[in-house]
Design a protein around this ligand. Structure first.
Ligand code: GLP
Length: 237
């Protein structure tokens, strides 16, 4: 894992966007893995400003709440549209996000993995981290799924994400998430960590041990991970 410490969220966002931009310049038909959450929003803002050509890019998002309507303001589908897709020239048919409206989650997950595998995984995967160490919605557990799955969210994640909903009771209790296999199939993973509330998990992630109780710690086993961490998140290192 290559670790870059930067001063603040702006610097992290610029660096993340530069890596994505270089990827698209090198390979205009790149397959990009996108994440939601506050961590990558600055990267997306910079990508929009750069005016890059996304017309040949294919995207796969990590996860979506379940059940969740695509047009719900808290859906990840809506998030991606508002924060990135409607501002760039990516083709609608090249956008892949797990479908929170599907009637058969098992079939949806299998289709998602099949499609991702047909592309040979992503060329570059943007990742954030939950404060409990989750990646996508792969929550701390004794075992972690390889395949895309319907998973139960932990209380910590529901509480952390409640800030986006009117009240905690509205946060879906389940989600569809790419599994560790899909994430690890990426050729290059860019992990973005910012803010003092991520300092403890950043320290745990880099402890020199791997554990499924900190899903992100497994990323230290991947051959090409770039971690960009800001000063606040790195404060306990
Ligand atoms: C959600 C998403 C994750 C994201 C995490 C952290 O639970 N499923 O993919 O990494 O939140 O979000 P934030 O970047 O807002 O801290």
């Amino acid at each position: 894992m290559k670790i870059y410490r930067v001063g603040n969220y702006e610097a992290l966002s610029e660096m993340g966007a530069d890596i994505v931009a270089e990827q698209i310049r090198q390979k205009p038909d790149s397959v990009l893995g996108f994440a939601t959450g506050s961590s990558p929003v600055g990267v997306y803002k910079n990508l929009i400003k750069m005016g890059l050509d996304f017309s040949r890019v294919t995207s796969f998002n990590l996860d979506e709440y379940y059940p969740m309507k695509k047009n719900h303001p808290q859906s990840y589908n809506y998030f991606m549209r508002e924060n990135l897709f409607k501002h760039i020239n990516i083709l609608q048919e090249n956008i892949n996000i797990p479908n929170g409206e599907c009637g058969d989650p098992l079939a949806e997950c299998a289709d998602y993995d099949q499609k991702l595998a047909a592309f040979g995984g992503t060329d570059l995967q943007i990742l954030g981290i939950g404060r409990n160490g989750h990646i996508g919605f792969n929550e701390p557990d004794g075992k972690l799924p390889l395949a895309t799955q319907l998973v139960d969210l932990t209380k910590d994640t529901i509480d952390a994400n409640a800030r986006f909903f009117d009240h905690a009771g509205e946060v879906p209790k389940q989600a569809l998430t790419m599994g560790l296999g899909g994430i690890f199939a990426s050729k290059h993973i860019v992990l973005l960590i910012n803010g003092g509330n991520k300092a403890a998990i950043t320290k745990a992630l880099l402890s020199g041990f791997v554990t499924t109780q900190i899903p992100a710690s497994l990323l230290t086993l991947h051959h090409h991970v770039t971690l960009i961490v800001d000063r606040d998140a790195a404060s306990l290192l």
